[in-house]
Design a protein around this ligand. Structure first.
Ligand SMILES: [Mg+2]
Length: 157
């Protein structure tokens, strides 16, 4: 059994791909089109293929989830979470431009989970470095989160 009590995800290039860019570079308003979302410029925004499976697995296991994103457009990110219908999976959401250490300090306070019982996924090495220095198990993902990466890291934690 793992000692991970909370899993935290970055958004851009970790949970979703906003057509090769970050969500603060897209053009609202957004429209849901089947399994993806289009922005006003026709840019296609998609969750990585295994995201739904990972979120449902965590929910089934009663493993709490949180978000830490430094996006410059928090309301846009929030809108995307709602349109993808995944907003309710994350009990703490820290979405604003700042160091991820700030996001994690709040996540720690709100959840009461110790840093070394948290697992974090992000696609930027500077965030991995910042957050690992707190004692969080921070995992670098290159092409978004996937089921094998999630499972392996959870099992190995
Ligand atoms: Mg990112």
């Amino acid at each position: 059994m793992t000692d991970i009590q909370l899993v935290v995800f970055d958004l851009d290039f970790t949970l979703w791909d906003c057509g090769g860019t970050w969500c603060d570079h897209t053009e609202p308003p957004y429209q849901r089109r089947g399994d993806h979302i289009c922005d006003a410029g026709g840019n296609k925004i998609s969750l990585y293929a295994d995201v739904a499976k990972i979120l449902h697995y965590a929910q089934q296991q009663q493993l709490p989830l949180a978000l830490a994103s430094r996006t410059y457009q928090p309301t846009w990110a929030k809108k995307l979470l709602q349109l993808f219908e995944i907003d309710d999976f994350f009990e703490v959401q820290q979405i604003f431009p700042d160091s991820k250490r700030t996001h994690f300090a709040t996540i720690q306070q709100l959840t009461g989970v110790a840093y070394n019982n948290m697992l974090f996924f992000d696609d930027e090495m500077r965030n991995i470095q910042d957050v690992s220095s707190l004692g969080v198990k921070a995992v670098y993902v290159e092409n978004g989160i996937s089921w094998p990466i999630f499972q392996q890291q959870l099992a190995a934690a």
